[in-house]
Design a binder for this molecule. Structure first.
Ligand SMILES: [Zn+2]
Length: 272
């Protein structure tokens, strides 16, 4: 699932087109669908949370978000994309050197002045993957709603940017707290330090991508996420799960936890 570390890694990969001149291309989605991109040079890629910013030499920025459907593909000179993927393309950039970058099934595509990036990103919290991550500023954002569940607060990109369902599930496990624990009962600095350490590791170490247990084998990558009914990898108690509808009309999101390692109202110390 695309989370902050996924988009960070994607941006690192896409930097191979930084400096490339777009021979032809266009936007095929979003409010400026149909806009031509040819003649611009890509000058850089940046991220904030799960948002990707592709910057051009004319001081404009392409802002995209993959949510759960989107992806990016770079095709080598002379190679074609399958027809079904072309049909779903929302961004096409064909470079002078023959490579083509495709943004596929992207639900958010916006082309704006680079000076307006902050406005289109909206009220995002501090990014766990930015070098200047301000932990105290993030803690202050959590404290605004002390009665909210830690799960809801961590998923809310306005408190801290970069965490999705996978990381929130695993972080609650690793801190030994139930996902429904109120924010005011959580050691937020410790939670955020762990979140930052793990996200940076996942984003930058090739074999560690979204492996939270340190064991990259099949079935052992995560402590509780995706393990409903299977034994907790720490205590062997069967992992519990439920489906939460967080906003009316939105698809439910699965919540996993170990009832022994993460007791309701408790704060287990597991030495991890
Ligand atoms: Zn357990």
């Amino acid at each position: 699932m695309p989370e902050g570390d996924s988009v960070f890694r994607l941006a690192a990969r896409l930097r191979q087109v930084d400096g490339a001149l777009i021979r032809s291309g266009e936007l095929r989605g979003g409010p400026t669908a149909g806009r031509a991109l040819g003649g611009r040079t890509v000058v850089g890629h940046a991220t904030h949370g799960k948002h990707l910013l592709t910057r051009f030499d004319d001081r404009t920025t392409l802002h995209t978000h993959m949510r759960t459907t989107g992806s990016w593909t770079l095709t080598a000179p002379g190679r074609r994309l399958p027809a079904h993927a072309v049909a779903e393309a929302r961004v096409r950039m064909a470079f002078e050197d023959g490579r083509t970058l495709w943004g596929i099934a992207l639900p958010v595509v916006e082309h704006v002045a680079t000076a307006d990036e902050a406005r289109v990103l909206g009220p995002l919290g501090p990014d766990l993957l930015h070098e200047d991550f301000d932990r105290d500023a993030a803690v202050a954002r959590f404290a605004v709603r002390p009665g909210r569940t830690i799960r809801a607060a961590l998923l809310d990109q306005r408190t801290v940017a970069g965490l999705g369902n996978l990381w929130v599930g695993e972080l609650c496990f690793l801190r030994g707290i139930h996902p429904d624990t109120p924010v005011e009962r959580v050691d937020l600095p410790a939670m955020l330090d762990l979140a930052r350490r793990m996200l940076v590791h996942s984003a930058t170490v090739p074999s560690a991508y979204q492996v939270t247990t340190g064991r990259p084998g099949r079935g052992t990558r995560h402590w509780v996420v995706g393990r409903a009914g299977r034994p907790c990898l720490w205590c062997r108690t069967p992992v519990l799960a439920r489906d939460d509808v967080e906003r009316p009309g939105s698809p439910p999101r699965r919540v996993w936890w170990c009832p022994r390692c993460q007791p309701i109202g408790g704060s287990a110390t597991l030495g991890r």
